[in-house]
Design a protein around this ligand. Structure first.
Ligand code: DC
Length: 221
């Protein structure tokens, strides 16, 4: 099996780039952030106190997460319900970041992620794919861009969806999530030692996609 790991901070364009690269290569695109988001959504909807270990244990024994693919698009099922849309709100982003700092949550999702890579050729994106989940991936990419550029992209995306947000709030949220994701004790966001660093600050989306596809083809040839 072939695995391409793409890690990086929120808003670097990972999901769009990874999706297109997977399509070009005929691989499956696995968005691991969606798994943390599904758990974040569950915690929000059920008012789970994340500081209480027993509550977290109970939550994880009640949760069932399944990934399915419809026309090559990943769908996330939480206890049998498709939550692929519900997990895309700013509240769920922060809840996902909160649950992702819990070792038990990371352990819970580890097997599911590895199993996907054992059974399919994948482009998998996240925060710890190259460092923890798929340390033997044939190619590891750390994708980034300046915080301002990432916030600008996220802001424009939200405006297009009709959301009422200010650029300052988007930038603040993004910096807060960057800090939280990079400073947690377990599996913090950082490039794997053998990752190729790709900074997309000055690139168009298409340039970034082309660069990643070139890197994959180069590595596999
Ligand atoms: O990529 P995303 O924004 O959908 O991820 C949501 C949150 O989940 C993010 O703040 C950090 C966490 N996450 C993680 O800790 N490890 C991953 N492999 C993917 C996401």
């Amino acid at each position: 099996m072939i695995a391409v790991a793409i890690d990086g901070p929120a808003g670097a364009g990972k999901s769009t780039i990874a999706r297109q690269a997977a399509k070009a290569m005929g691989f499956i695109y696995v968005d691991t952030g969606a798994l943390y988001r599904a758990i974040g959504l569950y915690a929000l909807q059920n008012g789970v106190d994340l500081s209480c270990e027993r509550n977290v244990d109970q939550m994880l024994s009640d949760i069932k997460i399944t990934l399915s693919f419809v026309n090559e698009e990943q769908r996330v099922l939480l206890c049998g319900r498709d939550v692929s849309m519900d997990i895309r709100t700013p509240e769920v982003s922060m809840a996902a970041s909160n649950v992702s700092a819990l070792p038990k949550v990371r352990a819970f999702l580890f097997d599911l992620q590895q199993e996907m890579a054992h059974t399919h050729n994948v482009v998998m994106d996240g925060r710890d794919i190259g460092t923890v989940v798929l340390p033997h991936a044939q190619l590891k990419i750390f994708l980034t861009a300046s915080p301002e550029e990432r916030a600008k992209r996220r802001y424009e995306e939200l405006l297009q969806k009709g959301a009422q947000v200010s650029f300052e709030d988007v930038l603040k949220d993004l910096k807060e999530r960057d800090y939280q994701d990079s400073h947690r004790e377990i599996a913090p966001l950082k490039p794997a030692q053998d990752a190729v660093l790709v900074d997309t600050t000055a690139c168009t989306l298409q340039q970034s996609i082309d660069r990643i596809i070139d890197l994959i083809k180069e590595r596999l040839s």
